[in-house]
Design a protein around this ligand. Structure first.
Ligand code: AMP
Length: 350
């Protein structure tokens, strides 16, 4: 999606992706190699003028190696922070951004004391390599401790209070090299099984300003360049910071049709030193992920205001195979269009 946004700007792309069926391969040169493959990295650095990533589990050492030779945006500091839940939480605390109560847990013995401090229910989350609800275990009672520790396979983790939230929000922002920042409308997200199902950009949300303030602090602290997403829980009408994604984010996919400048184009503008584009919305919209299966394209294509994006990925349980954005002129029209979509693809609706 970055490349699709970049070609109209005259940019060219080279992708380093270890997967032989990487869906970006159709859009440019594909270096099919491990992220730390020295030959592939040498080719990447010889060909590119600027490097970015859209997956935060790229090894930090690789990012540092690339950053020593070429502009890498966002930089290694942002990547290091986004890779580690504990580093994220500590950054939020340092920036006076409220978070759910948590404790680091490096050993099984530390888990009992952490539970004492945090209380039940709680979530044990691995510090690293967790996404879409992977690397997490819920604790409802003391007896769940051993099972939870096994579920995270004894990896360094954090124990976090499971909060009862009214809503989940994300704030997408883009920061340029000169420090200019623009924010998109905050997005209300619905997850199922830890996986994002639906995103609704919110006009005039009462928490827009506060979300921008917190996100701005993070961007500044990380000297960030590019698009960043900050995910929050809303508890008692206030924001609690959950995690950041140092990249373009699934909850911003609606911006392709729904905003003046998509998150993808704005990320490219930021990392190539172009002026940032307008982040204002063009229409009211809703975005749905296609998980496990995608609705029949012909049925989607027959619906007004329905924009399918299919990624050409092979189905696997829990895999995002595409997304669908529904746009409309006003909330009433959106409601009607969502009803039409639900009639042909009820499984999309959380
Ligand atoms: P995460 O990978 O941390 O974004 O977690 C995935 C999803 O699990 C979140 O979007 C929430 O729906 C849920 N979740 C994670 N942490 C908490 C928490 N502390 N309290 C309640 N729900 C949570």
């Amino acid at each position: 999606m970055l490349a699709l946004a970049g070609y109209p700007l005259g940019l060219e792309f080279l992708f380093l992706d270890p997967s032989p069926d990487a869906c970006a391969a159709a859009l440019g040169q594909h270096l099919c190699a491990d992220y730390s493959d020295p030959g592939a990295l040498a080719r990447l650095c010889a060909s590119a003028q600027v490097v970015t990533f859209e997956f935060e589990n790229v090894p930090l050492a690789v990012a540092e190696r690339v950053a020593a030779r070429l502009p890498l945006h966002p930089g290694p500091l942002a990547l290091r922070t986004g890779q580690d839940r504990l580093a994220e939480k500590k950054l939020f605390q340092r920036l006076k951004i409220p978070v759910p109560p948590f404790r680091p847990v490096d050993r099984r013995e530390a888990l009992d004391a952490a539970l004492e401090a945090i209380g039940l229910p709680a979530l044990l989350k691995t510090r690293r390599l967790g996404y879409d609800g992977k690397g997490q275990a819920v604790l409802h009672q003391r007896e769940d401790l051993d099972q939870a520790w096994q579920a995270v396979r004894g990896q360094p983790s954090i124990l976090e209070r499971k909060v009862i939230f009214e809503r989940e929000l994300s704030c997408l922002a883009v920061r340029a090299g000169d420090g200019a920042v623009r924010y998109y409308q905050v997005v209300e997200n619905t997850h199922r099984g830890g996986i994002l199902r639906r995103s609704l950009p919110r006009a005039d949300d009462p928490l827009q300003r506060r979300a921008e303030e917190y996100t701005g602090r993070v961007l500044e602290a990380l000297s960030y360049v590019g698009v960043l997403a900050f995910e929050f829980f809303v508890v008692d009408g206030e924001l609690l910071g959950n995690e950041i994604a140092p990249r373009v984010h699934n909850s911003g996919h609606w911006s392709i049709e729904g905003a003046e400048t998509s998150q993808f184009e704005n990320h490219l503008r930021a990392i190539t030193g172009l002026p940032l584009g307008n982040t204002a919305t063009r229409s009211v919209c809703a975005m749905f992920n296609c998980i496990d299966e995608a609705p029949p394209l012909a049925a989607l294509a027959a619906l007004a205001g329905v924009h399918p994006h299919l990624y050409g990925k092979l189905p696997k349980p829990g895999r995002k195979l595409g997304h669908i954005t529904v746009t409309a002129a006003d909330p009433a029209e959106l409601e009607q269009r969502l009803t039409n979509l639900k009639a042909v693809a009820p499984e999309l609706f959380p």
